[in-house]
Write a protein that binds this ligand. Structure first.
Ligand code: SAM
Length: 185
C-alpha cells in the first residue's frame, strides 16, 4: 500500500509480528511502523486522541488473533473501536480481504466471493457503517480460468502487475476491497 501513498501522508503500520514489521521497515525506511498487538496499540492511540482519515485493515479480518493463545479476537469489536475512536468524522474504514478459491463447485469464485461479501456487509451493518465502495480483484494467471466460465463477470479485470511467484502459486486468490464511512447518512 505504501507504494501508492503520497509523501504528505502520515502513515503508521501496525502488526504484532516482528518479522512482518522488519520486512516492511526495510522496504519503506521512511515510514512509521510499530510491532504491537492491536489490542494494545489501538487503545493507546485513542487515549492520545489520535484520529485518522483512513484506517486500513489489510488481511486482518478473520486473521485477528491473540499472539499468545492464537485464539481469534472479535472482528466486530475491532471494527467498532476503529469507527468510534480512531476514524475522523469524514474518514474511512478500508477493509482489504483476500480469500482463496478453487475448482470444487462449493469453493468456486462466485460462491466464495458472494459468501464473503454477505459476511462483510452484515458486519458493517451491525456496526452501522455505510459502504461507499466495494471492488473485487483477482491475481494474475486467472484469465484463462475465468474466461472458461460460461459468463465472464463484469468486474473481471486482468492484473498483469501482480507477482504470482509466491507460496500461493497454484491456488487461486482474489481480494475484496470494501470502503465504509462511519456515518450511516
Ligand atoms: C493475513 S496476514 C496480512 C498481512 C498484511 N497486512 C498484508 O495485507 O499482506 C495477517 C497479519 O495480521 C497480523 N495480526 C493478526 N492479529 C493481530 C493482532 N491482534 N495485532 C496485530 N497484528 C495482528 C499477523 O501478524 C499477520 O501479519
Amino acid at each position: 500500500m505504501n507504494k501508492y501513498l503520497p509523501e504528505r501522508c502520515d502513515y503508521l503500520g501496525i502488526d504484532h509480528s516482528e518479522g512482518a514489521i522488519q520486512y516492511c521497515s526495510k522496504l519503506y525506511p521512511n515510514q512509521n511502523f510499530t510491532t504491537k498487538d492491536l489490542s494494545l496499540a489501538l487503545p493507546e492511540l485513542a487515549s492520545k486522541n489520535q484520529k485518522f482519515d483512513a484506517v486500513v485493515l489489510a488481511g486482518l479480518l478473520f486473521h485477528n488473533v491473540d499472539k499468545e493463545t492464537l485464539e481469534h479476537n472479535n472482528d466486530q469489536e475491532l471494527v467498532q473501536f476503529c469507527l468510534d475512536k480512531l476514524i475522523s468524522d469524514k474518514g474511512y474504514l478500508v477493509l482489504i480481504i483476500p480469500f482463496a478459491y478453487g475448482d470444487h463447485p462449493s469453493h468456486n469464485l462466485y460462491v466464495r466471493a458472494e459468501w464473503l461479501q454477505k459476511l462483510v456487509e452484515k458486519l458493517l451493518q451491525d456496526v452501522k457503517a455505510k459502504i461507499v465502495y466495494e471492488n473485487i480483484s483477482l491475481q494474475i494467471g486467472l484469465d484463462k480460468k475465468v474466461l472458461q466460465q460460461k459468463t465472464t463477470p463484469d468486474w473481471f479485470v486482468t492484473d498483469s502487475t501482480t507477482d504470482y511467484s509466491n507460496k500461493y502459486a497454484g491456488t487461486y486468490m482474489a481480494t475484496w476491497t470494501v470502503i465504509a464511512s462511519p456515518s450511516p447518512d
